[in-house]
Ligand binder design. Structure first.
Ligand code: RAM
Length: 893
C-alpha cells in the first residue's frame, strides 16, 4: 500500500450540513511515502447510515471501482437525495501499480430542506416599539419536550436579519448568520446537528434576533434596505429510534420579549444594558409568562437556500500591546494591529455605571482617536453594568475596523486583561504560507492577509470601518487570485458569484457592488454624480474573472457551467453598448485611486472588454463549446485590433501613456510583437522617470509586476516591490502600517491624512501584489490545462536583494511547496514538494541546472526558452544551479 487518504471534503467543506446541491462534489487528499504516487482508481461508497457505511453498503451510491485519476470534484452520482438526508461516505483508491489503500476515515454531509413545502415554520418577530429610532433586539424562545429514544435532532434556521441561536442555553450559531445575500432574492439557511445537546424531557430553544443587513444600516445606503424589522425562522426535526418524527417550528406558540440589547446596528454600534438581562432565558425551566406572543410575518417570496459560504467566526483574540491614560481620564489601548471584529470588555463596578468603548484605526497627532474617516459610522458600544461582580461583554450584531480602543467611563483603572480584540471574518482555512529573507516583504505579506481577514465577511467588502462596507466587484476581481493563495476561498467566492448573478441587470450588465442593496437605484449616488452604476469596466468584469479564478485555483468546472449564460450575457451586453468595438467610456472609476496618472476611460473599457471576451472564449473551450470558443476567440481578435487602431500610435505609445495602459495592453494580449517591445520600453521609462515608482490604481496594480516579469523586466518589478519612497507598498510599512491602505497617500509625511471622506486604512485592493509574490517570486503557478494544481507550474524568479523565499500552498491535492535560496557564491538551490496524485513542471533558472539526488519521480527533462524544465511527479525534490552574474531573472518569460 503506497497511498493513504488524508482528508475528505464535500463541496469544498469538511462535513457540511444542510446542503442544497443535489449532486455534491467529493474530494480527497492522498499521501504517499513514494515519489510519483498516483491514483489509478477509486471507489466511493455513500450510505444513509453510519452502520451501513461500516458494512461497506452504499445504499445511496456505490461508484464501484472506477479507473480514474480524479480525486477532486468527483460528482455524486447516486440515487436522488431527499431533504434532511444523512450521507455518510468513504473512499478507497488504488495506486499506479494497482495496490489498494485502506478506506478513508468516514466523512459526512447532510442535505437541507430542499422543497419550499418542507418549511412548516413561520417567520416570527416582535412588533415595533413606537417612538424609538433604533429597536431593541427581540429575544424569542420555546420550551419543548423530547421523548426517550431520540435518534437524531437537526435544526434548520435562518433570519431576515441576524440570529444568535441557543439550545438549552448553549450558543450554536456562528456570528452574523445567515450571512448577507440580496434578501429580495434569497436568504441562506443553516443546519445544526443538535442530537448531543438535547435531553430526554424538557428542553428549550432561544434566539436573539438582530437587524443586520436586512433591517439595519447598510453602508451609506441607509436603514431598512430590505425590510423594516427582523424575523426569525426555525424548524427542529426530531427523529426517534422507533421511526417516529416530530417538528418544533417557530410560530405563535413561541414567546418573545426585548432584552438587554437596546440596539445593535452593523454601522451604528450597540448599546447593552446588563440590568435588563433575563437570567437563564434560554433554559427549559425559565418562566416566560411575562413574555409576549411573537408577531408572525405572512411569508417570504425569496428563495430559502443552503449556505455555500464558510461560517463567520472569531478566529483569534488579540491582547493590547499598550495602554495610555488620557488627560480626560479615558484609556486608549493599542491592539498592535489594525483588525476587524469587536472588543471583549471586562469590568466590575456599581449597577448602572456606563462604559463606552470607542474604536478607531489611527490616532491624531495629539494622540486622540482619529474618527474623521468613519463618515456616518459609529464604532462604539455603550455598556451599562449589572453591578454584581465581574462582568464580561461582547456586542452581538455589529463589528468595527480598529487598532485603537478608547475606554470611557470605566469604573477604576482597566488593565490589559480587561480588553481583548476579537478578530472576526469568514473563516476560510489558511492555505498559503510565505516567508523571505527580507522582513519588509514578510510584513507586506502579513498586511495583505490582514486586509483579507478584515474585509472578507460574508461578502468581500471595501472597508470595515466607515459607513460603506460594500461588496465592490472591482476590488474583488483584482484581489481574487491573491485571496485564493492566502486562504481557501473556494466556498466564499462560489457564494459571491451567486450574489453577482442575483443582481445582474436584465441588460446583462454586472453591477459595481453585490449583493445589491438598492445601490443601482440609490439617488445620492446616481443622480448626484450622474453615474449609472452597472457595467463599470474592471468592476462588472468580476462576473467572468472570478469564476475563471475558481476554475484555475480549484479546478471548479461547475461554476463555469452554471454561470456560463450570465457570462455570455455580460459580454454580449458589452458588445451591444460598444461603438465599432471600442468602448466609449463605461469606466467611471477609471483606474481607481491611481496616483499622478489618469488612464483614459475608453482605453480601460476597451481593454477589459477584450479581456472578458478572451476569458469567455477559454471558458467555452473548457466546457467543450467549440462554436462559442471560436466566436469569442475571433471577437477578442477584433477587439484587440480595434484597440490597436484606436489607441496605439506608430511609435508604440498607447493613448494616455500611463503605466496602466501599458500594463493592461501587455497582460491582456492586445499588442503585436513589435508593439509589445515598445510598450515595455514606455512602461519602464515611465517607472524610471518617477524614480522607480508606480502610479497604478486598483486596476493597474494587480498586473504591474506580472507584466514586467513576463516581459523580461523582473529587475524593475523587484525595484518597485522594494521601493520605500512614496508612493509604494513599503512606504506605508515604513510608517507603521499593519494592513493595506485604500490609497497610496492615505497618510503622507507632507500631507498628513488624505480626505476623511474616503480614507480606509484597511482595504485589500492594492494588496493584489500578493498574487505576484506567489506566482512569480516563489513561482507557484496554476496551469489552465490541468487546473486546481493537478499539474502545478513551479517557476521561481529570484531577484532583488532576496537570498531566500519559501512558500507553501495548500491545493485541493495537498501541499505544493517551493523554497529557494541563493548562496554567497551564486549557487541556487530549489526545494519543491508536490502532493500525491499531482505533478509539476519545474523551471530551474540559472546555469547548469540539475536535480540533486535520485531521479525517481522525474518523468521528463528538457530545455525550453533557455530554461531547464523538469516534469516531476509527487514527492520532495532538490534542484541546483548557478545564478551568478545576477541576470538569472532576466529573460524569464
Ligand atoms: C470606493 C472604494 C471601493 C471602490 C469604489 C469605486 O467606494 O474605494 O473600494 O471599489 O470606491
Amino acid at each position: 500500500m503506497t497511498l493513504s487518504i488524508a482528508s475528505c471534503t464535500t463541496e469544498y467543506a469538511d462535513r457540511p450540513l444542510g446542503l442544497d446541491v443535489r449532486k455534491p462534489r467529493l474530494g480527497w487528499k492522498l499521501v504517499s511515502g513514494e515519489r510519483g504516487a498516483v491514483q489509478s482508481a477509486y471507489r466511493v461508497v455513500v450510505a444513509s447510515s453510519r452502520e451501513a457505511l461500516d458494512r461497506d453498503e452504499g445504499d445511496l451510491w456505490d461508484s464501484g471501482i472506477v479507473a480514474s485519476r480524479q480525486s477532486v470534484n468527483v460528482v455524486y452520482e447516486g440515487i436522488a437525495l431527499a431533504s434532511g438526508q444523512e450521507c455518510h461516505w468513504k473512499v478507497c483508491v488504488r495506486d499506479g501499480k494497482g495496490r489498494a489503500s485502506d478506506w478513508s476515515e468516514p466523512a459526512l454531509w447532510t442535505m437541507g430542506l430542499l422543497e419550499r413545502g418542507d418549511w412548516k415554520a413561520k417567520w416570527i418577530g416582535r412588533k415595533k416599539e413606537a417612538g424609538l429610532e433604533f429597536q431593541p433586539c427581540p429575544y424569542v424562545r420555546k420550551a419543548f419536550k423530547v421523548r426517550s429514544g431520540l435518534r437524531r435532532a437537526t435544526a434548520y434556521a435562518t433570519a431576515l436579519g441576524l440570529y444568535d441561536l441557543r439550545v438549552n442555553g448553549e450558543r450554536v450559531s456562528p456570528p452574523f448568520a445567515p450571512g448577507w445575500t440580496d434578501y429580495n432574492v434569497r436568504v441562506q439557511t443553516q443546519a445544526y446537528d443538535l442530537t448531543g445537546l438535547l435531553q430526554e424531557g424538557g428542553n428549550a430553544l432561544g434566539a436573539v434576533v438582530g437587524d443586520g443587513w436586512y433591517a439595519g444600516t447598510v453602508g451609506f445606503l441607509g436603514r431598512h434596505v430590505y425590510g423594516e424589522r427582523p424575523f426569525f425562522l426555525l424548524q427542529l426535526h426530531l427523529e426517534y429510534e422507533d421511526g417516529s418524527f416530530e417538528r418544533v417550528c417557530t410560530d405563535e406558540s413561541w414567546r418573545t420579549a426585548k432584552g438587554p440589547i437596546v440596539y445593535s446596528d452593523m454601522i451604528k454600534g450597540e448599546a447593552y444594558d446588563a440590568r435588563l438581562e433575563w437570567e437563564d432565558w434560554a433554559l427549559p425551566g425559565f418562566d416566560d409568562l411575562a413574555w409576549e406572543t411573537p408577531d408572525v410575518r405572512p411569508g417570504y417570496n425569496g428563495l430559502l437556500t443552503g449556505t455555500p459560504e464558510p461560517p463567520i467566526r472569531v478566529t483569534e483574540t488579540l491582547r493590547p500591546v499598550s495602554v495610555r491614560r488620557t488627560d480626560s481620564g479615558t484609556y486608549i489601548f493599542d491592539m498592535g494591529q489594525n483588525m476587524v471584529g469587536w472588543t471583549r470588555l471586562r469590568a466590575r463596578g456599581p449597577r448602572g455605571a456606563k462604559v463606552t468603548v470607542s474604536h478607531a484605526e489611527m490616532l491624531r497627532p495629539d494622540g486622540s482617536l482619529y474618527l474623521d474617516n468613519l463618515r456616518e459610522a459609529v464604532q462604539q458600544e455603550h455598556y451599562t453594568l449589572r453591578g454584581e461582580g465581574e462582568e464580561t461583554y461582547e456586542p452581538s450584531f455589529t463589528f468595527h475596523g480598529f487598532r485603537y480602543v478608547e475606554v470611557i467611563g470605566y469604573p477604576g483603572e482597566p488593565g490589559p486583561d480587561d480588553i481583548a480584540g476579537q478578530v472576526v471574518h469568514s473563516d476560510m482555512p489558511v492555505s498559503g504560507k510565505l516567508e523571505t529573507s527580507n522582513p519588509m516583504i514578510d510584513k507586506l505579506y502579513a498586511n495583505i492577509t490582514w486586509g483579507q481577514r478584515g474585509n472578507f465577511l460574508s461578502v468581500p467588502t471595501d472597508c470595515p470601518q466607515r459607513d460603506e462596507r460594500l461588496g465592490w466587484t472591482g476590488d474583488a476581481q483584482i484581489f481574487a487570485r491573491t485571496a485564493s493563495y492566502n486562504m481557501d476561498a473556494s466556498r466564499f467566492f462560489n457564494k459571491y458569484v451567486i450574489d453577482m448573478i442575483d443582481c445582474q441587470q436584465p441588460s446583462g450588465a454586472f453591477t459595481d457592488v453585490a449583493p445589491d442593496a438598492g445601490w443601482i437605484r440609490h439617488k445620492n449616488w446616481n443622480t448626484r454624480l450622474n453615474w449609472y452604476a452597472p457595467d463599470n469596466s474592471g468592476w462588472g468584469d468580476a462576473g467572468v474573472i472570478i469564476p475563471w479564478t475558481l476554475y484555475l485555483m480549484y479546478g471548479d468546472v461547475r461554476v463555469l457551467e452554471s454561470n456560463y449564460g450570465a457570462m455570455v450575457r455580460w459580454v454580449e451586453y458589452l458588445r451591444s453598448t460598444t461603438d465599432g468595438l471600442v468602448r466609449p467610456g463605461y469606466a467611471n472609476y477609471a483606474d481607481w485611486l491611481s496616483i499622478g496618472a489618469d488612464t483614459p476611460n475608453e482605453v480601460l473599457a476597451t481593454a477589459y472588454f477584450a479581456y472578458g471576451t478572451k476569458l469567455l472564449a477559454s471558458i467555452a473551450g473548457v466546457l467543450g463549446k467549440r462554436e462559442d470558443e471560436a466566436v469569442y476567440g475571433e471577437l477578442f481578435g477584433r477587439i484587440a485590433e480595434a484597440f490597436r487602431s484606436a489607441f496605439v500610435g506608430e511609435d508604440g505609445r498607447i493613448f494616455g501613456d500611463t503605466q496602466t495602459v501599458y500594463v493592461l495592453a501587455l497582460q491582456f494580449g492586445l499588442l503585436t510583437e513589435e508593439q509589445r517591445a515598445a510598450a515595455v520600453g514606455r512602461l519602464v521609462a515611465d517607472i524610471e522617470s518617477r524614480g522607480n515608482r508606480l502610479s497604478t490604481g486598483f486596476l493597474g496594480v494587480g498586473y504591474l509586476l506580472p507584466s514586467l516579469t513576463d516581459n523580461g523586466r523582473l529587475d524593475v518589478a523587484y525595484r518597485l516591490l522594494l521601493q520605500e519612497e512614496f508612493p509604494s507598498w513599503m512606504y506605508s510599512i515604513k510608517h507603521g502600517a499593519t494592513t493595506i491602505w485604500e490609497r497610496w497617500d492615505g497618510w503622507t509625511e507632507n500631507g498628513g491624512f488624505q480626505t476623511p471622506s474616503m480614507n480606509s486604512f484597511n482595504h485589500y485592493s492594492l494588496g493584489s501584489v500578493g498574487e505576484w509574490m506567489y506566482r512569480y517570486m516563489a513561482g507557484i503557478e496554476a496551469d489552465p490545462s490541468a487546473p486546481g494544481f493537478e499539474r502545478a507550474v513551479i517557476r521561481p524568479r529570484p531577484g532583488g536583494d532576496l537570498k531566500r523565499v519559501a512558500a507553501e500552498y495548500e491545493t485541493p491535492y495537498g501541499t505544493v511547496a517551493s523554497a529557494w535560496s541563493v548562496g554567497a557564491d551564486g549557487s541556487f538551490r530549489l526545494q519543491v514538494s508536490v502532493p500525491a496524485n499531482a505533478s509539476a513542471v519545474v523551471h530551474v533558472p540559472g546555469a547548469n541546472p540539475r536535480l540533486s539526488g535520485a531521479a525517481d519521480g522525474v518523468e521528463a527533462f528538457g530545455v525550453e526558452a533557455g530554461a531547464a524544465r523538469f516534469l516531476i511527479g509527487s514527492g520532495d525534490y532538490v534542484f541546483e544551479s548557478a545564478v551568478d552574474g545576477g541576470d538569472y531573472g532576466a529573460g524569464s518569460a
